[in-house]
Design a protein around this ligand. Sequence first.
Ligand code: FNR
Length: 342
Amino acid sequence: MSRVERKWDHIKLALDTGQLRKTGFDNVTFIHQSIPETSLDSIKLETKIGELVLSSPIFINAMTGGGGERTLEINRNLARVAKETGIGLAVGSQMSALKNAEERKTFEVVREEHPTGIIFGNLGSEATVDQAKLAVKMIEADALQIHLNVVQELAMPEGDRDFQGMLLRIGRIIDAVDVPVIVKETGFGMGIETLESLFSLGLLAVDVGGFGGTNFAAIENQRGSNKLPFFEDWGIPTSVSIAEARHLSNSYPIIASGGIQTSLDIAKSIALGANAAALAGHFLKVLIEQGPNVLVELINRLKHELIMIMTALGTNSVEELQKAPLIISGSTWHWLDQRGID
Ligand code: FNR
């Protein structure tokens, strides 16, 4: 199977497999505030990831790697949607375009459509320093995401089998590129052990890429003969992963992702400690099944609803929402209790 066919398989199966809705956000409840002392007009959605200023905490996460007209069209549409709604956008892995110049247009189209947007590049942790620099240059990226996807590789018959030296290579990329680096998981979450290693590198931000939404073990199990069913229930739920990251550090920017769909999911992510929330599978499904105009409407609705939630809580900014009081129950509470996180 060619790489182009594999990428298209991933998109189709991500739509069919859907979102697990096992993020743990159901265990997180806001404390209602009867006297919030604010107004809709006072709410500001602006947030920061290090030095990067985003006009809204919502952004479109990495999805489409290189390959053919169909993915180019998806990227063009995502860039148009990001421009119209004023939100950030991460492209999918650019590795294919580094290996095959023909595929560069799949990514270049994003910058052409949205010259002034906040756009993140994307590569795997196997990338070299030179590849990282080229990926940034290809789309004039404002930051570079380095994705971690060990479980997906293991579940993929043609996937990598050697995962040595990842931290070393990531460290070299952080030192060499002149944009901030964001290390992200891809649906299995990051816990304290992983995060301690990453924070020791002095990286800009982590995207927890938690369990509970798109499930690449399930996607690969449907594609291949090398079925590893136990990996379909493997990972750190998004709500837990955000709390573990924030427990470790008050200063590093944290991006919440993995199964986020609603404005309430976004608000809970921020209240657990995230600076921004990224959506992949849910946005892709809406784009492909209902088109770019419906996706624009959805994003505008999410922003509006987030303002409503922040008004009800009396939190005027993302920073204030990060401190909103919460009750955590059920399996999420058990998890955090055993990890010594309050
Ligand atoms: C992805 N994701 C992804 N991530 C990445 O860093 N580089 C990539 O090339 C891709 N490719 C990709 C393709 C498709 C079709 C999907 C649905 C997703 C992973 C994505 O960014 C995210 O981490 C996970 O999908 C979990 O978030 P959601 O989908 O539950 O919101």
